[in-house]
Design a binder for this molecule. Structure first.
Ligand SMILES: Cc1ncc(COP(=O)(O)O)c(C=O)c1O
Length: 379
């Protein structure tokens, strides 16, 4: 039997999306498919609250991060990378591979960057062309206030590039109003689609950097991709056609639920799971937590990776362990996308039992009670 996914990506895929993915393939140069691509692009624009075009690519989120670096910058130019976890560090690693000079703003894991801190870095590096930030740092569960950060960047001569892979569909993003210049994201998390698709949206400020960029790119050339999409509603190369069907259905589901309701649901689920794990005696790692996942810190003597294994093996519930330096020290519960409030009691009940089985003291039902109280609005 397959385990139920409570992971921070990939996530559970709804039946309607799976059905769409399983349809016969349309040819990627056919007018019917172009119509689908244009429709999905429009929906992604609504999701990001932007009039900028969105470009679809067949790759995972990291491909899109690499594409952003390769398209925005030239060799030897300077970029500020906000590095508060595994994915923030990835921005810096990609920049270095491309010969970009990195101002690595290393944060303690679990901390978010404040606007004053970013302003100070930009004052010290007025020649920085791009600021790369992660909206929802999935390795630590920390949220960066991209609205406040974008305001700082707008006041300097730089472009703000945000990775929103684990925040789109969880936290509202108003790309145009907040003056965010570029957003990249994969669709395998809150957008409820099987892995393999990613997208980028750019505004005029970002496009002006693209036109001056001399870094090598072929598959990930934004200009080539934009021209083909504009002219024909096609991507330059073979698209993951079936995933586009799935993404179209997933976005329609979210639109039917209503974007505000989607964000409010994630807020409630975040509050409820945090309350449950805190009641069970765990600290929540991030100072400012995201709503798509909960990162619980294990006390001395409790191995987070074992918690993950016991939950999976004994209770059919798949959560995620800590990454990199947090391996064994935390466990991460994903509650985004197709996860509903009613699903949460399963993961918390299983967690209580797994902890008990591992000899970790738990008061039976304490976590569940905290969860329910938040969901009922009595806590
Ligand atoms: C914040 C963030 N950025 C980027 C990625 C992209 O990773 P991948 O290339 O594995 O999709 C992820 C996936 O976990 C992520 O959480």
């Amino acid at each position: 039997m397959k385990s139920k996914l409570f992971t921070p990506g990939p996530t559970k895929v709804p039946g309607a999306v799976l059905n769409a993915v399983g349809q016969q393939v349309l040819h990627h140069r056919s007018p019917e498919f172009s119509e689908k691509v244009r429709h999905v692009q429009d929906e992604l624009g609504r999701l990001l609250q932007t009039h900028n075009d969105t470009l679809l690519f067949t790759c995972s989120g990291t491909g899109m991060m690499e594409a952003a670096v390769a398209n925005l910058l030239s060799k030897g130019e300077k970029a500020v990378c906000v590095n508060g976890g595994l994915f923030g560090a990835r921005w810096a690693d990609i920049c270095r591979v491309y010969g970009v000079e990195v101002v690595d703003v290393v944060l303690e894991w679990g901390k978010s960057i404040g606007p004053e801190e970013l302003a100070k870095v930009l004052d010290e590096h007025p020649d920085a062309k791009v600021v790369f930030v992660i909206h929802s740092e999935t390795s630590t569960g920390s949220l960066n206030d991209i609205r406040a950060l974008a305001k700082v960047v707008e006041g300097h001569d730089a472009v703000m590039a945000v990775d929103a892979t684990s925040s789109v569909g969880v936290h509202e993003i108003r790309m145009d109003e907040w003056a965010i210049d570029l957003i990249v994201a994969g669709t395998q998390k809150a957008l409820m689609t099987p892995p393999g698709l990613a997208f980028v949206a750019l505004n005029g400020r970002a496009w002006s950097l693209v036109s001056g960029s001399d870094l090598p790119k072929f598959y990930f050339d934004f200009t080539k991709t934009w021209k083909r999409l504009q002219k024909k509603g096609q991507t330059p190369f073979t698209t993951a056609v079936s995933l586009v069907y799935g993404l179209e259905v997933a976005l329609a589901m979210m639109e039917t639920e209503g974007w505000d309701n989607v964000y409010a649901r994630h807020q409630r689920m975040g509050d409820a799971v945090r309350a449950a794990v805190i009641t069970l005696g765990f600290d929540v790692l991030p100072e400012v937590p995201v709503n798509g996942l909960t990162v619980a810190v294990c006390p001395e003597g409790l191995d987070g990776n074992r918690v993950v294994r016991v939950l999976d093996d004994e209770f059919g519930v798949r959560i995620a362990g800590g990454q990199d330096r947090l391996s064994g020290k935390v466990f991460r519960i994903g509650h985004m996308g197709a996860i509903r409030e009613r699903d949460l009691s399963m993961v918390i009940a299983a967690l209580e039992r797994a902890l008990h089985e591992m000899g970790h003291p738990v008061k039976a039902g304490a976590g569940l009670s905290a969860l329910q109280q938040v969901l009922l609005g009595t806590m």
